[in-house]
Structures are given as C-alpha cells and as structure tokens.
Design a protein. Structure first.
Lengths: 305, 323
C-alpha cells in the first residue's frame, strides 16, 4: 500500500513535469496554430543552462532562476528570428521547419557543451527524504517539483483568466485578426507567449535535470509525451493539459510499477518482464488512441474554433 | 500575351520534366559509376536513397495527395523489416513468402489502424497515427526473441532462387530501382484515375465530396492501405539492404524524416519525395564529410525551405502546380 502511494506520488511528479511542457505547447498550438517540434529543444536548453549556471554561481536555486530567464530570452529570440516567419505556413511546413530547428539545437549543444552529458547536483538540503506517512519516506526534491509546478499552474491560471494580458491571449486564441484589428500588438503578444512557453519548458528541463542526466536529445521522448498530453487534453486548453498531464503521468508510472508484477501471475518471469515493459511503455499511447477514438477532439475541446 | 504565357509555362514544365528524367537516369547509372570507380560506398548510399524514396513516395500518396498527414509512417518500414527478419530467424528465407507477408502485414495494420485513425482529422490525425506507431515501436522493443531493444542481424537475404541472388549488390540495387519505378507508375496512375480524383477532391473539401455522394471514408481508407502496403515493401527492402532490423526503424524521428523528405521535395509532385529523399540523404552525407557538425547547417536549411519555398524544391522548378 505504501509502495502504491509512493508510485502514485511519482506519477503526480511526472505529470507535473509533463504539464509544464504541455502548457507551453498547448498555448503555442492553440493560439499561434504552430506545431512546434523544437519545444523539446528548449527543455534541453533549460537543463544545460541550469547545469552551467549552477556550476558558475555555485548555487542550485540561483542557477535555476538564471537558467529560466535564459530560456525565456532564448525563446523570444527564436520567435523573432525564425518562428515568426512560420505562422502563415502550413502545418507541414511547421513540421519541416521546427524539425530543422531540433537538429540545429542538438548540434549547437554538442558544439558548446560537448557530446558527453552533464550532471546537475542538488543542494544538500534537498537530498533528504521526509516521512509523509508512518513508514513512507519520500524525497524532498520530488515534493519541491510538485510544489513549484502547482504554484506555476496557479500563476498561469491567474494570468490567463484574471489579467488583461490573459484576456488578450484568450481573445487571440479565438480570433487573432479581430484582436489585431482592435489595435493590439499581436506580434509582441506572440513573442511573449512563445517566450513564456519556452521558459516553462526550460523550467521542466532544469527540474528534471538532477533526476536524470543532462544530455543531447533528452527533450525528444518527453516531447512526444507532452504532445500526447496536449492531444488528450484537447488542443489549446490549459485546463485540459493539466488534467491530462496528471492522468498520463499516473498511468505511465503506475503501469511501469505494477503491470510486470500483474502479468507475472499468469506468465513466466522473463515473458512477464518483457511484455510488461512493452505494455507499460505503450500505456499512454493506448490511452490517447482510446480517448481520440471515443472523443475525436480530446477531453476538453477548446470551445472556439 | 496568352500564347506567350502558355509557352513560358510549357518551358517551365519541361524544366521539371528534364529534372525528373535526369534523376531517373542518374539513379539508373549509379552501378555503372560504382563499377568504374570501384566505389561500393556509392552503391550502399544510393540503395538507401532509393528505398527511402519509396517510403517517402508512399507517404506522399496519403499526405500530399490525400491530405492525411501520418506521423507514424515509419511503422511500415518496421513491419516490413520485421516480417523479413522474423521469418529469416525462424528459418524461412524464401522471398516468395517474406515479401508478400511484409506487404500483407503492413496492409492489414493500415486497415485496422486506418479505420480507427480516420475518425479524427487535422492535428488529431497526426497525433493518433503517431500513437499507434509508438505502440508498434514498443511491441518490437519487447520482442526479446528477436533482439528486443537492440534489434537483430538478418543473416540471410531473401531467397529468390540461385539465379536471382540478392547478395549481388548490383542486382539488389536494380531490384530496388525497379520497385521504385513500378511504385512511381502505380502512384501516377492512381492519382490521375477516378479514384485519385476523389482522393484529391476529399483533400480540398471533404464535406462537398460527401454531399456529391462519395463515401469518402472508404476511399481514404483504401488509399491509406495502399500507401502502407508500398511502404511495407520498402521495409522488406531496407531489412535486406542493412541485414539488420531494430525498433529504431520505426522510431518517431524516422517518421519525421519521411515527412521532411516529402515536404522538402514537394508534396504536390509525383517526383517530389524522390527529390526530397535524395537531397536530404546526400546533404547529410556530404555535410558530415566537410564538417563535424553537419546538422548545424542542415537544420537551418530545412527551416529556410519551410519558410521561403512554396511546394518544396519541386516548387523551384516552375509554377505549374496542379491544384
């Protein structure tokens, strides 16, 4: 039972990371109508920036803040230099162009930081575990990830639903020509949104960095998971992204933890472990396929469009 | 005025025609060049170009002409490849069994998955095709008997009898080349048939096609299955070419590669995928010879094509786009 709760928490933590990526993707997707395969590159950049800045400032927190600012700037520069020119093109041109960017960033990182991965170590106070329930010890750092993301999610909700900028973002999502015609600087708004998405991706990358190694191509597999989240949640819906991220995170983690054991009751050990591995890796895609077959517009289809 | 315009259009069309013929001639002459210079490398590279052209061509049948953007097309390379690899491992090396199975299994997968995926449209279609391809990828990773994650070597190429030995590189090259030409002919006939008109009409306005009375779902599904079958054959060829199968054959970045090839070459053109595959693979190869960081140049180049070219490289060959 304790093991189950622990896995559930791991699922929540993975879901939180997926939400950070998916929130940016779904904003960019829903508002600019841009398929951005380079979003995972920003996640990777965030992790690399954090590793470098943390080594430079000798502080994890300071390094993390600087890295987030750096990905924000990187995202805005990227939008102005390249992405902006893709808005009027078709989705397939987006795939081609951002695939090119993905290749470019992987190579750029290899040029700057070298082919070997980096590690980002945590400060000692985040290394320990707390006793959540009698007998259940859980790493503080994973709780920090969950906490930070909840704060960010609340911040996003307030910005999008309660501020003037958020009103413009929502208006831009439902009718961008009209918003432009009313005198809003759409170009600047898009640059800001893209930068925001980049910063969120960077935050996800730098928070994941101490758990996994910082390496080239680290953004590629999680990018696909984030696309799964965006699709299940319904493109353009931040609320959908949040719910879907939690579901996907839990299905994935709990699947990995328990499916092999469940199969073991019926199959030999080696068969159960290999089949279990495949099944649990497949689970989120299976979930997405089922959701789309039943509800072709995702769980929370955006009202407009 | 008008005749002048027509003449210009005719000249432009000739440029495209010339380029396409030149491509076919170049591909036909690669073994001659290889024999003269003794460069087996050129043979290996161009065999790969041809096989991936075939895959990109099949993708373009649904994507360029049918408007169905599949982000999981590399799955058929995997299915075709595993059909050959699994049979070979179990001792069945006859190509007369392997190749039909590769085609049949791919067609069957396309039929089932297509029937589910075609319920969605737009970006959701992109994502659901990706989802099914990822599932196939993880199924292949779980096949421990056939190498699991690492894949396995295919020790014997498909056997078509002693007189027709695919281990002969030149013969294998021409087999691939012949398959590509046959597929080009098939796609050309399809696209310009009544069936192709319906498919292209569905891309521009599905609701209208339905209103005229066409069961568009069935037409799209048949198109999806044909494309899958062709790409399955490409997978069988690829397994024979590399003597190796692994889940990486159907990784999502491979599906991305195929889309990039088709879009780069030009989706509205029959020869677009061929141009795209050739450009992509030769650029990758050429750049990696002159620089340690090839993607630093390839990436921005793809971006520039996406931003500035209408209809990919084929668009450079002149206006006359068909639709």
């Amino acid at each position: 039972m304790l093991y189950f709760i622990e896995q559930l928490l791991n699922g929540v933590q993975l879901g939180m990371l997926l939400f950070l990526l998916a929130a940016g993707l779904t904003l960019i997707f829903g508002i600019m109508d841009l398929v951005n395969l380079a979003h995972g590159s920003l996640y990777m950049l965030g992790a690399y920036f954090a590793a470098s800045f943390a080594a430079w400032t000798d502080s994890f927190v300071l390094g993390a803040i600087l890295a987030m600012l750096a990905t924000l700037v990187a995202g805005m520069v990227l939008e102005v230099v390249a992405i902006r020119r893709l808005y009027t093109r078709s989705h397939l041109d987006h795939v081609l162009g951002t695939f090119g960017l993905l290749l470019f960033f992987n190579e750029l990182v290899r040029l700057i930081w070298g082919p070997a991965g980096l590690t980002l170590s945590l400060p000692s106070e985040m290394l320990s575990a707390v006793e959540l329930l009698p007998g259940l010890y859980y790493p503080i750092y994973r709780l920090v990830i969950i906490g930070v993301t909840l704060v960010v999610a609340a911040f996003l909700y307030i910005v999008v639903m309660r501020t003037r900028i958020g009103m413009l973002i929502r208006a831009g999502a439902s009718n961008r020509e009209m918003v432009g015609a009313l005198g809003v600087n759409i170009k600047l708004l898009y640059t800001l949104i893209f930068g925001l998405g980049a910063a969120l991706a960077g935050l996800a990358g730098l928070m994941q960095a101490p758990i996994l190694t910082v390496q080239i191509g680290m953004g590629e597999n999680i990018l696909i998971s984030a696309f799964v989240v965006v699709t299940i949640g319904g493109i353009g819906s931040i609320r959908g992204a949040f719910v879907a991220a939690l579901i996907v995170g839990m299905v994935d983690t709990v699947g990995r933890a328990f499916v092999p054991d469940l199969l073991h009751a019926y199959l030999s050990e080696s068969a159960a472990s290999s089949l279990g591995r495949s099944l649990s890796s497949m689970s989120m895609y299976l979930l997405m396929a089922i959701v789309l077959v039943v509800r072709p517009g995702g769980l929370f289809p955006a009202a407009s469009k | 005025m008008n005749t002048q315009f027509d003449r210009r259009r005719a000249a432009l069309f000739n440029l495209r025609f010339t380029v396409n013929v030149a491509l076919v001639v170049i591909l036909a002459l690669v073994p001659v060049y290889a024999a003269l210079t003794g460069s087996s490398f050129a043979m290996t590279l161009f065999t790969r170009v041809i096989i991936l052209s075939l895959a990109a061509l099949s993708l373009n049948l649904i994507m360029g002409f049918g408007g169905m953007v599949s982000f999981g097309h590399a799955v058929y390379l995997g299915i075709g490849g595993y059909a050959v690899g699994i049979l070979a491992k179990e001792g069945i090396t006859s190509g007369f069994v392997q190749w039909p199975l590769a085609i049949g299994a791919s067609a069957f997968y396309a039929l089932v998955v297509g029937a589910l995926c075609l319920r969605t449209r737009g970006v959701y279609f992109i994502m659901i095709t990706l989802a099914f391809a990822q599932m196939a990828y993880y199924v292949a990773s779980g096949l421990d008997r056939y190498g699991g994650d690492d894949g396995q070597t295919v020790y014997h190429r498909s056997n078509f009898g002693a007189a027709f030995d695919l281990n002969n590189k030149t013969l294998f090259y021409y087999v691939c080349f012949a398959v590509l030409l046959a597929a080009l002919y098939l796609v050309w006939r399809l696209v310009n048939s009544r069936f192709g008109m319906v498919i292209r009409g569905t891309r521009s306005n599905e609701r209208r096609m339905r209103a005229i009375g066409f069961p568009t779902f069935r037409y799209k599904l048949v198109c999806f299955v044909i494309a899958g079958a062709i790409c399955g054959l490409a997978g069988a060829l690829l397994a024979n070419h590399t003597n190796f199968i692994s889940p990486a054959m159907m990784h999502w970045t491979r599906s991305g590669d195929l889309i990039v090839m088709a879009v780069l070459g030009g989706m509205q053109a029959l020869f677009g995928p061929l141009i795209g595959a050739m450009t992509f693979l030769l650029l990758e190869e050429g750049l990696s010879r002159v620089t340690e960081y090839p993607d630093l140049f390839l990436g921005p180049l793809l971006l520039a094509v996406a931003i500035y070219l209408n209809g990919g490289i084929d668009g450079l060959l002149g206006g006359a786009r068909r639709d």
